[in-house]
Design a binder for this molecule. Structure first.
Ligand code: NAD
Length: 505
């Protein structure tokens, strides 16, 4: 076959297929079918038939299946990490770390679905004191999940595990760069739940994703670029299919004057460069208090001196998975340099044919694309700020709002609360993603909806409210037989309850 780095399609075979290739060397990793609209519709129809069985199991029964699956993934973690390493190019140990986090999320979802989604009694209030009121969260039916390639296990699992634990069946369309990982997940799940297509995978390119959007699924959870997210929403609008959009970011990393500088530099370096910078919640901009700016830059350069991209065992950074991203990274770095940024490490020459060497720019003009658009490469733009107000203002001057980090001994929480983003870690990097009980998601162009945590379970359900009359009401209000006397008593009661000038306390 001719090895190109983009997924290639072959239409001379009976069913069209595409290849997934190793971005480190172009080797063929696997060949997968391109699911047509009819095949996607058929998968959704099968998922709908299975939805009753899966949805009618108890939370405990579903939880048992999910925990067994989690154990299978855990026992075969090296195999899955190897596949992810070959499809994404990321170092094996990074691939493993991602799976470790995903395993923890499956476990949390399995163990907490009952408590979060099961029936809860709520106070009926004085007017309805004769009612017992309950709310519970019912599964939607069939959930479609469309995933990206950068974290091909952890990212879609935030939707898949939570949707399954809530009682939905799932049809998953993995990225065309990581179809093998998606297939592996569905295959291992079917070993645990024999003969019942509770989790299915449809492979293909954008058109297959579009087919899933218009297939009539009950909800679509999308993770990927904002550009595709808009297409997904438009396609889902046809059937009024609700969507979750987990899109890109331009996260900032704020360093206060009292921060532990070596620790902050270590975290910023990892936040910006790990996974070759191809992380939605990766660090792209760094704002450092001017009093510690020089010290911070010297420290991060010292820590970066042995860091390099490559495919050998000593390289901690892999290739750029999606070849077209190389042009984006190059254009951002060149734009910054043309506008006057200082190249402290790497720079335009660091961008090769498959790999990008660590690049650190300082004094980057705020209107350059390196500061305004998602770069998705192993690059950091570090700028001095005169105080934390300026750091917050610059951080928030973006259309994105996914996550970020703050390093400060005294004011970490105070600064974190002023950042307009879905998640912030104080004195660490991306810690929130590893806490399964915390919701994960963004604002603005980073998307909406939440995966993970109780909110992530509820995303894949609808609230079902039930009242049960326990005894005859003292005043029957919902009848045409209501008389003037009852109206008078209702007015008296509401005045008594709410007519005064009571405060919240
Ligand atoms: P992408 O938007 O190119 O593709 C994502 C998925 O959408 C793929 O499976 C693709 O086949 C599918 N797709 C493409 N066109 C489609 C269409 N018209 N209809 C339906 N589906 C379609 O994104 P990517 O390059 O795979 O991923 C990188 C992006 O994902 C980055 O912007 C990154 O920040 C973002 N991301 C966000 C999160 C998060 O949780 N917020 C997590 C990981 C990645």
């Amino acid at each position: 076959m001719t090895a190109t780095l983009e997924p290639t399609t072959t239409s001379d075979a009976p069913a069209a297929t595409f290849d997934s290739l190793n971005p480190a060397n172009g080797d063929l990793v696997g060949t997968h079918p391109i699911a047509t609209k009819a095949e996607v519709d058929a998968a959704v129809a099968v998922a709908r038939e299975t939805a009753d069985w899966w949805g009618n199991l108890s939370f405990d029964e579903r939880g048992e299946f999910l925990l067994t699956w989690r154990s299978v993934i855990t026992r075969r973690i090296a195999q899955l990490a190897d596949l992810s390493n070959r499809e994404t190019g990321k170092p094996h140990s990074d691939a493993q770390l991602e799976i470790v986090l995903a395993i923890d999320h499956i476990t949390w979802a399995a163990k907490h679905a009952k408590k979060v989604l099961g029936p809860h009694r709520v106070a009926p209030g004085l007017l309805m004191a004769n009612q017992a009121a309950t709310v519970e969260y019912r599964q939607l039916g069939v959930v479609g999940v469309i995933g990206p390639w950068n974290y091909p296990v952890f990212t879609p699992m935030g939707s898949i595990a939570y949707a399954l634990a809530a009682g939905n069946t799932v049809v998953f369309k993995p990225s065309e760069y990581t179809p093998g990982v998606g297939r592996w997940l569905a295959d291992t799940f079917s070993e645990v739940v024999h003969g019942r297509p509770v989790l299915q995978v449809v492979t293909g390119l954008g058109e297959t994703g579009n087919a899933l959007c218009t297939s009539g699924v009950d909800k679509l959870a999308f993770t990927g670029s904002g550009r595709t997210g808009k297409k997904v929403m438009a396609a889902c609008a046809e059937n009024l299919t609700p969507v979750i959009i987990e899109a890109g970011g331009k996260d900032s990393f704020i360093v206060d004057e009292d921060a532990d500088i070596p620790k902050a530099a270590e975290a910023a370096l990892w936040g910006g460069m790990s996974n070759a910078g191809q992380t939605c919640i990766g660090t792209e901009r760094v704002y450092v208090h001017e009093r510690v700016f020089d010290r911070f830059v010297a420290e991060i350069l010292d820590q970066a001196k042995d860091l390099r991209a490559g495919s050998d065992a000593g390289a901690k950074i892999g290739p750029i998975t999606m070849p077209s991203q190389l042009d984006v990274i190059r254009s951002h770095v060149e734009d910054a340099v043309a506008k006057g940024a200082h190249v402290a490490l790497g720079g335009p020459d660091a961008i090769g044919e498959r790999f990008v060497q660590p690049t650190i720019l300082t004094h980057v003009p705020e209107d350059s694309t390196a500061m305004t658009e998602e770069t998705f490469g192993p690059t950091l733009a570090i700028n001095p700020v005169k105080d934390m107000d300026e750091a917050i203002r610059r951080t928030n001057a973006t259309s994105y709002g996914l996550a970020g980090a703050v390093f400060s001994k005294k004011r970490g929480l105070e600064i974190a609360k002023q950042v307009r983003s879905g998640m912030t870690s104080v004195n660490s990097i991306i810690a929130f993603a590893g806490v399964p009980s915390l919701p994960f998601g963004g604002v603005g162009e980073s998307g909406f909806g939440r995966i993970h945590g109780p909110e992530g379970l509820k995303e894949f359900t609808y609230a079902k409210s039930i009242t049960r009359q326990r005894f005859k009401p003292p005043m029957l209000l919902t009848t045409f037989a209501r008389d003037a006397k009852t109206d008078g008593r209702a007015a008296q009661l509401i005045t008594l309850l709410h007519g005064g000038k009571k405060t919240i306390k």
